[in-house]
Design a protein around this ligand. Structure first.
Ligand code: FAD
Length: 409
């Protein structure tokens, strides 16, 4: 690689930051521009709904690297700066200041934004979303003292994690969910019900199968949520957690091929020359799954960012990590690995004690494990991923038998 080369990374989140650190670790001596719309240097988001929101983690602990690390590694970190245009044929990005930067290769790592709630009153003060460090700090300030009435719209991962944190801080929590069972889309009814019971046992009021009609308020501030059956739930604050939308406008206007995100091959190359994508926005071909996958999770930002950097350097890359995520809610910790989209119609095989919430669940399709989730059982994730990666036919009885070492399956 020539020291005169110019690499641009759009988005200073985890994928972008990891790409920058990997470029330097791999010996890249050219210029690196890491451009981020937020004011903060790169940080990780998982603690924002968990221990950082609870006030149990130091602010410094969320940053990928200390602030001065970037300068020390000659990474031109441009914060509070949005890229407004990508000129793929001219190989330039345009900044919101109007300035432009030429590139030899560019990585798009623009992440996601919360899906907005589209009902009357959704723009009232007191209706919050959780994506950024600032969002989490503002929410912490509201919840830290306890005694507030928090109404959560949506019972996805972020909603459920905030519910757990808010309850632990002593707030009243009501969760409104359109579906009959929270998280059932991701985990199926049985395991979704386990999470529902976990929350109700901690005093969360779970209201499944409801439709939010509007947010009500006085003096411009939300104070209740009205359901379409006319029921009104009083709230001091409302948090909306109804999913995220990948930030793909830049790629779209540049003419990149899109699917559920920005389409890439297994080397995280888009169909535009010298344009790569990683993290939440990448709809990347997965060599083991044999299909394109988009993963809105921490591990994919970390490992995908690194893989994209190596690809930008011209290394031969086949990014085939098994998709992985985790959650912590109250005293339940879990890790999930595997191909969610390939688990439709799966038989779920359990190993361990479900009543005590200490088990591993395996999603088995046509005799092969497509996904696995360890709940309050630790140091097994590598073995679970190995089973998925090998794709061997497995005997469900041996899978369920804790006496059979996972490595032997
Ligand atoms: C509250 C919360 C909790 C989470 N918990 C978990 C968890 O427990 N486990 C898990 O696996 N995952 C979790 N996630 C998901 C995980 O954090 C994301 O998958 C990860 O942050 C994606 O990283 P990224 O770098 O692709 O995007 P992001 O982290 O979204 O970073 C992208 C950055 O790009 C910037 N940007 C966008 N457009 C432009 C532009 N045009 N110009 C310049 N900058 C731009 C954005 O402002 C943003 O800072 C959580 C997410 C949230 C919000």
């Amino acid at each position: 690689m020539s020291p005169t080369q110019n690499f641009v990374i759009v988005g200073a989140g985890l994928a972008g930051a990891t790409a920058a650190t990997t470029l330097r670790d791999e010996g890249f001596e050219g210029r690196i521009h890491l451009i981020g719309a937020e004011a903060h240097h790169p940080y990780i988001r998982p603690p924002l709904s968990k221990d950082f929101l609870a006030g149990a983690a130091e602010r410094d602990s969320v940053f990928v690297e200390p602030a001065d690390w970037y300068g020390e590694h000659e990474i031109d970190l441009m914060l509070g700066t949005a890229v407004t245009d990508l000129d793929a044929s001219g190989q330039r990005v345009v900044l919101d200041s109007g300035a432009s930067i030429a590139y030899d290769a560019v990585l798009l790592a623009t992440g996601s934004a919360p899906r907005r709630l589209d009902v009357p009153g959704a723009d009232l003060a007191g209706v919050r979303y959780l994506r950024t460090l600032d969002d989490s700090e503002a929410l912490h300030a509201e919840l830290a003292g306890g005694g507030r009435r928090l109404v959560l719209v949506g019972s996805g991962w972020i909603g459920m994690e905030v519910a757990a944190t808010a309850r632990t801080l002593g707030n009243d929590v009501t969760v409104l969910e359109r579906d009959p069972i929270p998280l059932a889309n991701a985990l199926g009814d049985e395991l979704g019900t386990m999470f529902a019971e976990l929350h109700t046992s901690h005093g969360v009021e779970l209201r499944p199968s409801v439709v939010v009609e509007s947010i009500m308020g006085e003096d411009g501030r939300a104070d209740a949520v009205r359901l379409d059956d006319g029921d009104v739930i009083r709230a001091d604050l409302v948090l909306v957690g109804v999913g995220a939308i990948p930030n793909i406008d830049l790629a779209r206007s540049a003419g990149a091929a899109l699917g559920s995100g920005v389409l890439t091959d297994a080397a995280l190359r888009t169909d535009l020359p010298n344009v790569y994508a990683a993290g939440d926005i990448a709809d990347a071909y997965h060599p083991i799954a044999g299909m394109r996958l988009r993963s809105e999770h921490w591990a994919n930002a970390l490992h995908g960012g690194a893989a994209a950097a190596r690809s930008m350097l011209g290394h031969s890359v086949s990014y085939d990590d098994i998709p992985y995520f985790y959650t912590d809610q109250y005293d339940l910790g879990m890790e999930y690995s595997g191909f969610g989209p390939l688990t439709r119609g799966a038989e779920i095989v359990y190993r361990g004690d479900r009543a005590r919430r200490e088990f591993i669940a395996f999603w088995v399709v046509a005799g092969r494990v497509m996904a696995g989730m360890n709940v309050n059982v630790w140091d097994v994730n590598e073995a679970v991923q190995g089973i998925i990666r090998r794709g061997n036919l497995v005997d469900p009885h041996r899978l369920a038998d804790p006496q059979v070492p996972l490595e032997e399956l």
